[in-house]
Ligand binder design. Structure first.
Ligand code: SR1
Ligand code: MG
Length: 416
């Protein structure tokens, strides 16, 4: 069973865990009654568990007519889909709340509003963005999302710039790095991104029709050296406060609007990690669409749209980043040419991390709905093979790639 299609665990409750629906409702009523008078006065509120993520429990609490609703998210000290055998520190819930608030300060239109964080119950209450749908489903339906690339570029540019040394006072930056130390979440990424896919690990989930390709990957010594270098930077380059898990499942969309959720993997790391994770989300969906059902012409058009979103994301990111960097008050970073140097570094890193994400979503533990929706194993293997080959080339060639159009041409070659 892959991580994305697992069901809730049967782990026993602990003292602060919500006991039942009434408990969730009372919690929501207590913390947003002032904001939503309907919550304070309505005799009956309704609750439904809506979480389909791997790690936490997520509930929607609403009035019977659904005119007012909020989301309550609770973390327990283990991974939801695995249970107590995979313990997980609760520091992630505070970090999620604080990262969400930071992101809201940077780009309030691109995240749900944080209403309340309760440390004792490891729970967050936030805005319900139920008029948006998960980007994975939008991708599957080949939704046209004309503003997605521009909006994601802006999200990345504002969060990554405003948490960097170009924007923050030296002492403030270091205090923040310390406050966002998130070892258990980082260890998940260190293992699932950089180790498991490159060896015969028991956590891996591999399409039998792709087995030979996975085995070839495990023998690829040159690739492992590059992946180790990317991991080393992930571990030791506190450039900016990352979202840390920027895949399509962490994004909700309407045609005109984008909302990024779930920053529980937040920590200070290399800025290219978030950028690369996002680019890989688009390229993974494109790989899936080469083999998903549909008219050839429609599929080709959608693959081209996804590629164009990646180009638009980078262009939007680079434009916004340059604009902000022009106002840095740090004398070193204000020197002509520095912003361009940093952008080039971020792009190279992004390609490397995108490559790792393409590979780990294909042969690692946590797969993606877009690829898993291809039911025939041999057909799915053709799409997965594209993801592996694209991922490998991005990692191996990243130092020589500096132009987004050349990168797009490389991607197009793998998707042809
Ligand atoms: C056990 S957690 C598996 C994956 O789900 C999260 O969303 C992260 O992407 C993690 O790698
Ligand atoms: Mg998540």
């Amino acid at each position: 069973m892959t991580a994305q299609d697992s069901t809730a665990s049967t782990a026993p409750s602990i003292d602060y865990q919500f006991r039942d629906d009434a408990d969730v409702i009372a919690f929501a009523r207590q913390h947003v009654g002032a904001r939503y008078p309907a919550f304070a006065t309505a005799e009956e509120l309704q609750v439904e568990e809506i979480g389909d993520g791997n790690i936490n429990y997520v509930y929607r609490v609403c009035t019977p007519d659904r005119s007012a609703s909020v989301i309550v998210k609770q973390g327990l000290p283990w991974v939801r889909i695995i249970g107590e055998s995979w313990p997980l520190s609760l520091v992630r819930v505070r970090i999620e709340a604080e990262t969400l608030q930071f992101e809201a300060d940077c780009a309030p239109d691109l995240v749900p509003a944080l209403y309340h964080f309760d440390e004792a119950r490891s729970a967050i209450v936030m805005e319900d963005i139920g008029d948006h749908r998960n980007l994975r489903h939008a991708f599957l339906e080949r939704a046209s999302l004309p503003r997605l690339g521009e909006q994601m570029g802006r999200f990345l540019a504002t969060t990554l710039y405003r948490s960097s040394d170009l924007a923050l006072d030296a002492h403030d930056k270091k205090a923040r790095v310390a406050r966002f130390i998130n070892p258990d979440q980082c260890k998940i990424t260190e293992d699932l991104f950089f180790i498991d896919p490159f060896c015969d690990h028991e956590r891996n989930s591999i399409n039998p029709a792709l087995r030979a390709d996975a085995e070839a990957l495990w023998q690829d010594a040159a690739l492992k050296v590059e992946v180790a270098e990317l991991k080393q930077r992930f571990l030791s380059a506190p450039e900016a406060l990352l979202h840390g898990d920027l895949h399509a499942g962490s994004i909700f969309v309407r045609e005109d609007s984008t909302k990024v959720i779930d920053p529980e993997f937040g920590f200070f790391g290399p800025a290219g990690f978030d950028i690369g994770s996002w680019l890989a989300a688009l390229w993974l969906a494109a790989c899936a669409h080469t083999e998903l059902e549909g008219e050839q012409g429609d599929k080709r058009d959608y693959v081209a749209q996804l590629r164009a979103q990646a180009v638009a994301s980078w262009e939007s990111f680079a434009r916004e980043y340059r604009e902000q960097a022009a106002h840095t008050s740090d004398a070193s970073f204000a020197a002509p040419g520095v912003a361009e140097r940093l952008l080039a570094r971020m792009l190279r890193d992004a390609l490397g991390y995108a490559g790792c994400e393409l590979i780990r979503r294909t042969v690692g533990l946590a797969h993606i709905l877009e690829l898993e929706s291809i039911s025939d194993e041999a057909t799915r293997a053709r799409a997965e093979r594209r993801a592996l080959a694209l991922g490998r080339e991005l990692i191996m060639a990243r130092e020589s790639l500096s132009d987004i159009d050349a990168i797009d041409a490389l991607v197009a070659r793998h998707l042809a």
